[in-house]
Design a protein around this ligand. Structure first.
Ligand code: NAD
Length: 427
């Protein structure tokens, strides 16, 4: 029987390994293996047909030693407490590896916004905030958009929080619309940050991006902007995949001469689902879900879900692949990670690769709190500097200590968080 995947067990396993390599003391280990605080709650809402439906939600704050907890809120029918625990843990390491003054948190609601009206989604957003308002805030815990949540959701949440507290609080939440407390560049930041890492990794591998082809899983926020930036740098995207609501399964969209990202965006819905009929009209092949992983490309960017490259399918990755850039959180299992490393594939681990989003969220919060907003150029230049410096610190440590890039990133992050806890006198 296949082992059931548990994201939190994986996050704890990664932590244990890095803590061992760091020689972390037992007190720090037992503290940092677990979230500092968890909220589990229900959100009753009236559906448009008058029926009451109860959704289950979570807000989990893994660590706030280095600053307010920070992390997105996901709406997903398969959400679990353990997934949110894992994601909140990864947020702590992520903010630490790029050295921004924030901790780690995550939220989720077990629901499917694709089958809900706008008004129903608004009720879930407001209900979520009513449950967590006393434990979040610009100086406590700062949420953001994540899987299937967007700027509109964030604005409803901010509005509910301001109604409860009675004052403006744009620093409560990030990923807001530009003009209403949002930062220029935030929407693109995660994809852009991933490609800044890809650019630096290719430099180290002495490979010209213009000679590179890529395949991405997903075509949502992260994937769309990563794909576009990669093309801007001269690379070619041969394949992307996305969920198909009609057939209730994902498909891969492929072109051997390269996909036109702008055209694909035009035929995608706001959840990043590509219309397969229109894709065929554009001359693109519609292939089975796993085909994105099986292409003869140099770069793979899993940018959809966790647990995608596993011990069972890692052998389907072609020998042409030199680089795996983890846009998504937790897309590669430890077994697959080892196999890729043995094959000499350079991995950019999730906590480093997709840290552009939280870095720009930090910029947004700074701007919101100061009520002074920066230009696109300033945002992107600061993002580039932070991502490039952090990536090079990780890659240097990996090379120097002969450890994987994931272990190196975790070692840098865990050391910073443990030091903050120690200096505060917590451990
Ligand atoms: P999104 O909801 O915008 O897009 C998700 C994409 O994945 C969609 O195109 C969807 O069709 C596709 N998809 C869903 N199920 C699929 C499946 N089984 N196979 C293939 N494709 C599938 O989400 P996003 O914001 O782009 O986030 C993607 C990943 O990146 C998640 O792991 C998220 O936690 C992580 N992440 C996002 C951000 C951010 O700023 N958005 C930041 C850091 C990490």
């Amino acid at each position: 029987m296949a082992k059931e995947f548990n994201a939190f067990a994986m996050a704890q396993g990664q932590f244990d390994k890095a803590a061992e390599m760091l020689g972390l003391d037992p007190g720090a280990r037992s503290f940092l293996r677990w979230p500092q605080r968890e909220l589990h709650f229900t959100i009753p809402i009236k559906r448009d047909n008058g029926r009451v439906e109860v959704f289950h939600g979570f807000r989990i704050q893994h660590n706030w030693a280095r600053g307010p907890a920070k992390g997105g809120i996901r709406f997903h029918p398969d959400e679990t407490a353990d997934t949110v625990r894992a994601l909140s843990t990864w947020m702590t390491w992520k903010t630490a590896v790029v050295d921004i003054p924030l901790g780690g948190g995550k939220g989720g609601v077990i629901c499917d916004p694709r089958s809900m009206s706008e008004r129903e989604q608004e009720r879930v957003c407001r209900g979520f905030i009513r449950q967590v308002a006393s434990l979040i805030g610009p100086e406590q815990d700062v949420p953001a958009p994540d899987v299937m949540t967007n700027a509109q959701h964030m604005l409803w949440m901010m509005d509910e929080y301001e109604a409860i507290t009675g004052h403006h609080a744009p620093g409560l939440i990030t990923g807001k619309p530009v003009g209403l407390g949002g930062s220029l560049g935030r929407t693109e930041a995660t994809g852009l940050g991933a490609v800044f890492c890809v650019r630096e990794a290719l430099r180290r591998l002495d490979v010209d991006v213009k000679e590179c082809t890529a395949s991405l899983q997903g075509f949502g926020n992260v994937s769309q902007h990563a794909a576009r930036k990669l093309c801007d740098l001269g690379g070619t995207v041969l394949a992307v995949s996305s969920w198909d609501d009609e057939d209730k399964k994902p498909y891969t969209f492929f072109s051997k001469t390269g996909l036109d990202i702008d055209k694909l965006v035009e035929i995608s819905d706001r959840f990043g689902a590509i219309d397969k009929h229109k894709a065929r009209d554009l001359g693109y092949e519609v292939l089975p879900d796993t085909a994105w992983m099986e292409q003869e490309v140099e770069i793979l960017i899993p940018a959809a879900l966790e647990n995608q490259i596993t011990g069972d399918n890692v052998h389907t990755i072609k020998p042409t692949v030199k680089l795996v850039a983890e846009g998504a959180n937790g897309p590669t299992t430890p077994e697959a990670d080892r196999a890729l490393r043995e094959r000499g594939v350079f991995s950019i681990p999730d906590l480093m690769c997709n840290a552009g989003g939280v870095t720009c969220s930090y910029f947004e919060q700074v701007q919101s709190n100061a009520n002074f907003y920066w230009t696109d150029e300033v945002v992107n230049a600061r993002l580039d500097r932070i991502m490039t410096d952090a990536f090079n610190a990780v890659a240097d440590l990996a090379e120097r200590s002969q450890v994987s890039t994931r272990d190196a990133a975790l070692m840098i992050a865990i050391d910073r968080v443990a030091t903050a806890c120690r200096l505060r006198g917590w451990i």
